[in-house]
Design a protein around this ligand. Structure first.
Ligand SMILES: [Zn+2]
Length: 200
């Protein structure tokens, strides 16, 4: 790339994105450079706006606009009152569960797992989960973490954090493929995993 540091830096950043390596990052950068007005300009603007205006809610973990209070979860929920919270690793997991229509209730988005690189237990919003369970008189917490070692370790840690509360804790049924991440499951698998969830 003729030692253009800006380009090298961009390739380095893009290759950190999920599913991309240096080779695909180079292709993306070339595409961007060849479409300065259509891609680079609006992308730079949008990225700056997202950086400035969007962040994770520190209570429920969902994405929210910085200018308003969180309205997606029970943080400010007025119309619906649920007695269940489904705990997921990432927002993409929540989207999969929502689109399968199997679950009606609140979500709590951890933002990762205990063993994820650089992930502190404190960052996983577990203490705010405990607070939500108490405050909203939750009767059931559904642990919908992945069937990976990290996902299961995280589930165990959450279970332990909730043990002094008088609530039902369930986890998705076996049948989740080992190593299966929630977001990659089809609706049928997700449906039966929810329907047959077991108390732990
Ligand atoms: Zn929130």
């Amino acid at each position: 790339m003729n030692n253009l540091t800006e380009i090298e830096e961009l390739i380095k950043i893009i290759s950190k994105l999920p599913g991309l390596g240096p080779k695909s990052a180079k292709r993306i950068v070339l595409k961007l450079i060849n479409n300065r007005e259509e891609l680079i300009k609006p992308m730079a603007k949008t990225l700056a706006e997202v950086y400035k205006n969007v962040s994770r809610c520190k209570i429920c973990g969902t994405l929210k606009s910085n200018s308003i209070e969180c309205s997606f979860s029970d943080c400010n929920f007025i119309y619906n009152k649920f007695d269940k919270i489904c705990v997921v690793e990432n927002i993409s997991d929540q989207w999969s569960i929502e689109s399968s229509n199997i679950y009606k209730g609140y979500f709590h988005i951890l933002g990762g797992t205990i063993s994820s690189a650089g992930q502190n237990k404190e960052d996983l919003l577990v203490s705010s989960l405990v607070e939500r369970v108490k405050k909203d008189e939750i009767k059931e917490v559904i642990l919908a973490t992945s069937a990976t070692v990290e996902g299961q370790t995280t589930a165990y840690y959450i279970q332990d954090s909730l043990k002094n509360l008088n609530i039902k804790i369930t986890k998705l049924a076996q049948g989740l493929p080992v190593g299966g991440e929630i977001e990659s499951l089809d609706d049928g698998t997700l449906n039966s995993a929810f329907k047959n969830r077991t108390t732990i």
